[in-house]
Design a protein around this ligand. Structure first.
Ligand code: GLV
Ligand code: MN
Ligand code: MN
Ligand code: MN
Length: 410
């Protein structure tokens, strides 16, 4: 029997994908009015589907379908509805709306499921203007510290204020922290965001592990001065120093480690950013990712010592801040097997693959067994407006996830 309604799933994905900021198609930055508007839409869909709806202290949106044995820990299906700047249509919303379609299918077909199912839109999975990612799932895992709540955006507002704006209650954030074992299973459907499924002509991917992510903020203080009158050998140029540090990260991450590593400087702010001023200050954001914690540590410490060296040589001051760390995770054989069986019952074209992208599943792995299913995306592209995935593949992914829920809940 076809329980998942392919057209309805595709319709809801497109409806939410088009609630976006005026100047950037497909973009819904966390903690903006558009983000709240998208989540209002989502909550209405949840209510209209007969779910109990709640926004918790971490401003996570939760829609709950009560199971036939309500004392059992719930199955959580989730992801996020925020996007990166100039983002794409599907990163994040696929997992939330597949969850919604799954509970709709269960409800309208009167399928008895023992576990309560919670469909969750976790707050700000992407790095926001406050520098932190996976904010809502951190609130659940207990990894959202007081210090993080005081991180500020460039306008000087705190993350705590942002969470309140999104409907949360940051002064009671600890109330939404979950205990390990209080969730039976966490499942997330996501577009792959890379080329591996396409290259293997696969329709579904069972995720084997997810990279850990280390983020630093580096501030370089030089000496602003007149660009015409300051000789080349008498400058303390913050920008050239920061540039050398960026190149150092690239070369360190290109080294040999037990697993592949990537290192990226994706934010680079120059002050005062005027053509006739020797740059006085640069702030930049560094990210290091790998499936190997050891490799992340090695690249991190080598990079930080290069930063010291370069600062000394160029006579600039530096401040390095440890913004966040999320641990790499390995998906258990049991969950991989559950998902492999459910995916293989839908299509023969199933492969296993690791995830180079971070997900709310990283934080959820501290609380529950987690599993992820990937679907292919066009040209392997994501975090850009060209991001695209096919209706049929969302349908396959949701079908496979529903199968997994029913098999787990037997
Ligand atoms: C999320 O999209 C990430 O991997 O940063
Ligand atoms: Mn993303
Ligand atoms: Mn995502
Ligand atoms: Mn992500």
């Amino acid at each position: 029997m076809d329980l998942i309604n392919k057209e309805r799933l595709w319709g809801t994905i497109n409806d939410l994908a088009t609630i976006t900021m005026e100047d950037q198609p497909w973009t819904r930055r966390s903690f903006t009015a558009k983000y709240n508007e998208g989540r209002e839409w989502l909550m209405k869909q949840m209510r209209d589907s007969g779910l109990e709806v709640e926004i918790d202290e971490g401003s996570n949106v939760i829609g709950r379908l009560i199971g036939t044995e309500p004392n059992l820990p719930p199955i959580v299906i989730g992801s996020h509805t925020d996007t990166v700047p100039n983002g794409g249509r599907f990163d994040g919303i696929a997992g939330v709306l597949a969850g919604l379609e799954i509970v709709r299918a269960i409800k309208e077909n009167d399928i008895p499921v023992k576990h309560t199912i919670e469909v969750v839109d976790f707050t700000s999975e992407e790095p926001s203007e406050y520098g932190l990612s996976t904010v809502g799932s951190r609130a659940w895992s207990g990894n959202l510290t007081e210090e993080m709540l005081s991180y500020t955006n460039p306008a000087g507002q705190t993350l705590s204020e942002a969470i309140a704006y999104a409907g949360g209650n940051p002064s009671h954030i600890k109330n939404c922290k979950k205990e390990k074992g209080s969730i039976a299973l966490y499942l997330e459907l996501h577009i792959e965001q890379g080329p591996v499924l396409l290259r293997n002509n696969a329709s579904l991917g069972v995720v084997t592990g997810i990279v850990g992510i280390q983020r630093y903020k580096v501030t370089v203080d030089g000496l602003p001065n007149h660009s015409g009158t300051t000789p080349m050998n008498m400058r303390n140029d913050a920008l050239t120093a920061a540039s050398e540090m960026t190149l150092a990260l690239e070369s360190v991450a290109n080294g040999k480690f037990d697993q592949p590593v990537v290192g990226t400087v994706g934010v680079f702010n120059n002050f005062p950013n005027a053509s006739n001023v020797v740059p006085g200050k640069v702030e930049f954001a560094v990210e290091i990712r790998s499936i190997s914690e050891k490799a992340i540590d090695e690249v991190g410490s080598e990079f930080l010592s290069k930063v010291e060296e370069i600062a000394l040589k160029r006579e600039v001051k530096i401040k390095t801040e440890n913004v966040s760390r999320s641990g790499a995770i390995v998906i258990s054989n049991e969950i991989k097997q559950l998902l492999k069986e459910s995916c293989s019952s839908i299509t023969e074209k199933v492969i296993e693959l690791p995830s180079g992208a971070g997900h709310d599943a990283n934080q959820m792995s501290l609380l529950a067994p987690v599993g992820m299913i990937f679907i292919p995306c066009k040209d392997g592209r994501s975090h850009c407006p060209e991001e695209w995935a096919e209706k049929e593949d969302f349908y396959f992914g949701a079908k496979a996830m529903l199968q997994a829920v029913l098999a787990f809940s037997k």
